[in-house]
Ligand binder design. Structure first.
Ligand SMILES: Cc1cc2nc3c(=O)[nH]c(=O)nc-3n(C[C@H](O)[C@H](O)[C@H](O)COP(=O)(O)OP(=O)(O)OC[C@H]3O[C@@H](n4cnc5c(N)ncnc54)[C@H](O)[C@@H]3O)c2cc1C
Length: 448
């Protein structure tokens, strides 16, 4: 092998510590496994495109992970954990080279009980759901990358998704019950965190422990119908989304609202998305379709697409046009487009930004539950010109009371958190005293 990034490490000696664990040393493969979807951001592109790990390890068990951790500590080699590598902000891109620990071989489902499951981190969310649905349950929320993304990666780097209109965000109490993590101390050990303690590693970008097991809550697996409703007027579509979100009697999993011209980017749905109309992409419990039609009538919408769950399960789900897949489709038509992540809090603010930015920041809303209330969050599609203009757009939102979870930074605290999380920092001090885990990502640690 020809490791390039960390010159001073005796890689042959390092590798000899890992006998029996699958390794990848081919530079092309390593390059592939060093990157994620950071390229959605024109700001991150030049900063991350040349970052590479030196070696990929693919442990199959927690005991393997302990051995990898011990070797990294012994040789002071950085370690970056990677699930499926679908993160958007270079979360699993190794800034300082070293080992990439790929979790995808750790994909056991230990047990599924009514409402709760225990899994290894590398289980793909779609694979898990297929199994869980046999028992009448499913993951409470999934990102639109659920077909490839891992459960551990969602906890390490995700925030919310399809299902969040009912269950809120990952960080909400109750959405993660327990984790086991491996430390990078002189003698690596396994630590179990339960209850509120899980927040120490929840959305920490793998900077403070390698998650080896998780207990995650489930929701009832309704047969989900998929529906597209189109509207002449964008704010009517947005108000329809809000009312659907507030309708406690209507069981739903997804309320995704798109201002024209965003629907024009959904090539595969073209025949259901008339020119110049704004659309709602929805997942509604089949049993609620009849009362749901009343709501559509009330808002003057037109249903152009409706599939019951069984039909919907055969093709591509509408879910794969929502959340950040909207950006994926838009960028596949026009790669210069980028996006923002925004809490508008109110529809008045949505309208203000819709009128102010027009086509420059096209509005895509996802409704999610925040402290018990349905709230519009934005994943606006932005016509990128310069970083300066992007920052102006961000500042305008912030000055006017919106909250931007900036997707154009790989720094943990500069994204959605905005503040240093002392719990996560203290836990890092305990479990990663040499600062080997995903170095360069946790500002609190770097600026101590
Ligand atoms: C098109 C598109 C759509 C998306 N939609 C959504 C969405 O709807 N909602 C959403 O929240 N995100 C979304 N994302 C981001 C991402 O897909 C999800 O967060 C996904 O769950 C990440 O899973 P992964 O396995 O790919 O994680 P990775 O990208 O591999 O890792 C994510 C982070 O978690 C850390 N990590 C991974 N495994 C572990 C572990 N075992 N222990 C500790 N740390 C670990 C990594 O180091 C990294 O920092 C989207 C991304 C794209 C490209």
């Amino acid at each position: 092998m020809t490791p390039t990034t960390i010159k001073s490490v005796d890689w042959n000696a390092f590798i000899s510590e890992l006998a029996g664990i699958e390794l990848i040393t081919d530079p092309t493969q390593i390059a592939k496994l060093s990157l994620d979807y950071y390229h959605f951001s024109p700001v991150l592109q030049p900063k991350l495109s040349d970052k590479r790990g030196d070696l990929v390890v693919r442990p199959a068990t927690e005991a393997d992970v302990l051995r990898v951790a011990a070797a990294c500590v012994k040789y002071k080699v950085p370690l970056t954990v990677r699930g499926a590598g679908t993160g958007n902000y270079g979360q699993c891109v190794p800034l300082q080279g070293g080992v990439i620990l790929d979790t995808t071989r750790m994909n056991a489902i230990h047990w599924i009980k009514p409402g709760l499951a225990c899994v290894e981190p590398g289980v793909k969310m779609a694979t898990f759901d297929k199994k869980a649905r046999e028992t009448g349950w499913e993951l409470r929320m999934v990102p639109s990358t659920y077909r490839t993304a891992t459960i551990g990666g969602f906890i390490g780097g995700g925030s919310a998704g399809i299902g969040s209109i009912t269950y809120g965000q990952l960080r909400d109490r109750g959405n993660l019950h327990a984790v086991r993590v491996v430390s990078l101390e002189d003698e690596p050990r396994v630590i179990e965190l339960r209850g509120d303690e899980v927040q120490k590693v929840n959305h920490a970008y793998g900077t403070n422990g390698i998650i080896t097991k998780l207990e995650i809550p489930l929701g009832p697996a309704y047969p989900w119908a998929e529906v597209i409703v189109v509207f002449d007027d964008f704010m009517t579509a947005a108000r329809f989304g809000q009312t659907l979100g507030d309708s406690d009697g209507l069981i739903k999993k997804l309320i995704s609202i798109h201002a024209w011209p965003i629907p024009s980017y959904f090539a595969a749905l073209k025949s259901y998305l008339p020119e110049a109309k704004h659309c709602a992409l929805l997942m509604i419990a089949e049993s609620c379709l009849e009362p749901f039609q009343e709501l559509v009538r009330e808002y003057g919408g037109q249903v152009t697409y409706q599939k019951i769950a069984q039909e919907a399960s055969k093709g591509t789900s509408l879910a794969e046009f929502t959340w950040n897949h909207t950006t994926l489709h838009a960028r596949s038509i026009d790669p210069t487009l980028t996006y923002l992540q925004t809490f508008f809090f109110t529809l008045e603010r949505v309208e203000q930004m819709y009128c102010h930015f027009g086509d420059e920041a096209m509005i895509h809303l996802e409704f999610l539950r925040v402290n018990g209330k349905a709230m519009p969050a934005g994943l606006q599609i932005v016509r990128y010109t310069t970083e300066e203009r992007l920052n102006e757009i961000i500042h305008y939102h912030e000055e006017n009371g919106a909250f931007i979870a900036n997707p154009h930074t790989y720094i943990l605290e500069d994204g959605g958190m905005k503040t240093i999380d002392p719990q996560q920092l203290h836990f890092k001090e305990l479990v990663d005293p040499y600062g080997l885990m995903n170095p360069g990502k946790m500002k609190a640690w770097e600026s101590r």
